[in-house]
Design a protein around this ligand. Sequence first.
Ligand SMILES: NC(=O)c1ccc[n+]([C@@H]2O[C@H](COP(=O)([O-])OP(=O)(O)OC[C@H]3O[C@@H](n4cnc5c(N)ncnc54)[C@H](O)[C@@H]3O)[C@@H](O)[C@H]2O)c1
Ligand SMILES: O=C(O)[C@H](O)COP(=O)(O)O
Length: 310
Amino acid sequence: MKILLLDKNHPLITDQLLAKNFILEEDFTSTYDEVYNKIENYDGVIIRSRIPLDKNFLEKGKNLKFIARVGAGMENIDIPVAEKLGIQLINSPEGNRDSVAEHVVGMLLVLMNRLFIASQEVKNGIWLREENRGDELMGKTVGLIGYGNMGKATAKRLSGFGCKVIFHDILPSLSDEYATQVSLEELKEKAEVLSLHIPLTEISYYLIDGPFISDMKNDFYFVNTARGKNVETKALVEAIKAGKVKGACLDVLEYEKSSFEHLETENEDLKYLLESEKVIVTPHIAGWTIQSKEKLAQVIVDKIVASFSK
Ligand SMILES: NC(=O)c1ccc[n+]([C@@H]2O[C@H](COP(=O)([O-])OP(=O)(O)OC[C@H]3O[C@@H](n4cnc5c(N)ncnc54)[C@H](O)[C@@H]3O)[C@@H](O)[C@H]2O)c1
Ligand SMILES: O=C(O)[C@H](O)COP(=O)(O)O
């Protein structure tokens, strides 16, 4: 099988697939059009998220048997079209779920205990104690939306911090020893921390908007490691200004062009988020540890080999 690798990943992918007699071609720089023009020459594609694999692209790839996404989110692939064309879709969320879960807990601890602000103050010669009292995670009710790979890994860590973890998911009967499934209404009534762990789909686009935030009974901390477009930023900014959102931890932003590039535009809402003391922002690195790079690669190789090695 001839496979096109479109994004840089851990070298074990190349080493192990070559050892299994796959033919590989790396192309980390070609544009969408350039890849489009040659895609029919390949049986498989290994990609992260640099190039959108839309309907036209998939239809042009007449010999494609699989698309392997090194990572979790597949919103850059037209999934219904791929399924219709019989192209197998593979991803590797098992490789970065631990990283995302640690990032969520880490951001919450930093925000709620004012760690970054207090450290900056001390380094600037400012010694404030009363103003830097923390708010404990212990005892908080955390509401997760989405209880798949990322949601479960996050619940496992948060339950260890003494949080009561509840979640809402469109699939039924997912409760386990770490978290209890509830209706969206119950989550909105009880959550003191809200964390998103859903894929970006037509339905989940702007899931967190003004009405959703108003429906939340408590003032709450908000965490987004899912996708920027799951949240209507304008509504989030208004809620932070009004105190309804006590603070936000954002690894993803509506203004990301893709996780490979810088923010798309400067605008007032983005400016507020970047300047506010109540907001922690990271550059889409929740799933991006030294370990996850290797785990993501190994998971994807194992899945390709299991399905396509003779
Ligand atoms: N920031 C990062 O670095 C990073 C890393 C990994 C994943 N992610 C994001 O996290 C997302 C989730 O990853 P995952 O592996 O946990 O996915 P998953 O498919 O394992 O789980 C997602 C869960 O969400 C549920 N769901 C879908 N739409 C919903 C909705 N509208 N309301 C409630 N529940 C809904 C699904 O039923 C599923 O159980 C990815 O799609 C990606 O966008 C981000
Ligand atoms: O979905 C994921 O696995 C993460 O968001 C990483 O995405 P990236 O491969 O675009 O960096």
